[in-house]
Design a protein around this ligand. Structure first.
Ligand code: IMP
Ligand code: MG
Length: 177
C-alpha cells in the first residue's frame, strides 16, 4: 500500500473525469471525420490516454513513444533522448500528442519537432496538466486540461521514482525535498 499521509490531494478522480470530458468534447468537434493518430508519451501518459480514448467519437490509431529527460530525479536533466519511436506512417495524417503533464516543455519541443519532420497534416498537443510558469522551451499547446502551479504531482500516471502511478487521484507532496 502506498502511504499517502504525506501527500495532499490536488485533484479527485471525479475532477479529473470532468477535465477529460471537456477535452474530449473539444477534440470530438475538431477531429470529426479526420484520420487521427494519437501519440501517447510513455510512461506517464497511459492512464490519461486510457480514459480519454474512451470518450472520443472519432476512431484514432494509437502509437507510443518513450523519451527520457528526467531519469530518476525530480528535476529535468535538459537533454531528451528517444527510447521508443512510433511504428506507423503519419504522413498526411492528424497527430495528437497525448501527455499527462508539461513542465519545462523540453520533452515536447523535441517530440513535436521530430513528428513534424514526418510531414503529418497537423500536430497538436493534448495535456492533462500544464505547469505553464515552468516553461523553458517554447512549445505550442492547444489542448490543456488544467493549468497547475509549480508543485511536484503524483498519481494518475504521474510517478515519484516509478511509484504512485496507480493512484486514482492526483496529489502534491507535502514535504518536497
Ligand atoms: P518537461 O520536459 O520538463 O516538460 O517534462 C515533462 C515530463 O516530466 C512529464 O511528461 C512527466 O513525465 C515529468 N514530470 C514533470 N512534472 C512532473 C510532476 O510534477 N510529477 C511527475 N512527473 C513530472
Ligand atoms: Mg510524461
Amino acid at each position: 500500500m502506498i502511504d499517502t499521509r504525506n501527500f495532499t490531494k490536488y485533484l479527485t478522480s471525479s475532477e479529473i473525469n470532468e477535465t477529460i470530458d471537456a477535452l474530449a468534447q473539444q477534440l470530438n468537434q475538431d477531429y470529426e471525420g479526420k484520420s487521427v493518430v494519437l501519440v501517447c508519451v510513455l510512461k506517464g501518459g497511459i492512464v490519461f490516454l486510457a480514459d480519454l480514448i474512451r470518450k472520443l467519437n472519432f476512431d484514432p490509431e494509437v502509437e507510443f513513444v518513450r523519451l527520457s529527460s528526467y531519469g530518476k530525479g525530480r528535476t529535468s536533466s535538459g537533454t531528451v533522448t528517444l527510447l521508443k519511436d512510433i511504428q506507423t506512417d503519419i504522413r498526411g495524417r492528424h497527430v495528437l500528442i497525448i501527455e499527462e503533464i508539461i513542465d519545462s516543455g523540453r520533452t515536447l519541443r523535441f517530440l513535436f519537432d521530430r513528428l513534424r519532420g514526418a510531414q503529418p497534416a497537423s500536430v497538436e498537443i493534448v495535456t492533462l496538466l500544464d505547469k505553464e510558469e515552468k516553461r523553458v522551451a517554447d512549445v505550442p499547446v492547444k489542448y490543456v486540461g488544467r493549468k497547475t502551479q509549480d508543485q511536484f504531482l503524483v498519481g494518475y500516471g504521474l510517478d515519484l521514482e516509478e511509484k504512485c502511478r496507480n493512484l486514482p487521484d492526483v496529489y502534491y507532496l507535502k514535504y518536497p525535498n
